[in-house]
Design a protein around this ligand. Structure first.
Ligand SMILES: [Fe+2]
Ligand SMILES: [Fe+2]
Length: 149
């Protein structure tokens, strides 16, 4: 847990945590743009951590990521609501479970930044976002797109 600022993880600041690729595109431009920004902000946070930037810098990026995710979820939920997507409730549940976990993780970082397990958090963030973008978000796409025609 305390090895995160050491060399044991072998992680480099030059390697992106979440490189963007077209496989993540779901075909709705507004959402793809959002997802891309989220990936970039996660990469930014990862770089700040690996470069051992100061607590204030890391916290600002952490907050920015939290705000972006929150805003993105709201946009996505609005889109699903407008098209009467039947999976809306389940999807909202996934978003809020994640948002709550993110928020309390952020609080534990603020309370004790030196003890914070960034390796574990970044791994969780990457896994959750990738799974959500590849598996959960595509579920509403046909519905939202059909509604436009
Ligand atoms: Fe989503
Ligand atoms: Fe999304």
């Amino acid at each position: 847990m305390f090895g995160l600022f050491g060399s044991s993880s072998g992680a480099s600041a030059d390697v992106d945590l979440m490189p963007w690729s077209t496989e993540y595109e779901i075909g709705i431009k507004m959402i793809d743009d959002d997802h891309r920004s989220l990936f970039e902000t996660a990469n930014h946070l990862n770089r700040s951590v690996k470069k051992r930037e100061g607590h204030k810098v890391i916290e600002a990026t952490f907050n920015m990521l939290m705000r972006y995710i929150h805003e993105h979820f709201a946009r996505e939920e609005q889109l699903m609501l407008q098209s009467d997507f039947p999976g809306l409730e389940d999807h909202i549940r996934l978003h809020s479970i994640f948002m709550n976990a993110f928020f309390s993780t952020k609080q534990s970082y603020t309370a004790a930044p030196r003890a914070f397990d960034f390796d574990g958090f970044l791994k969780f963030l990457k896994n959750w976002l990738e799974h959500h973008v590849l598996v959960e978000d595509p579920k509403y796409v046909p519905h939202v797109q059909a509604d436009k025609h």
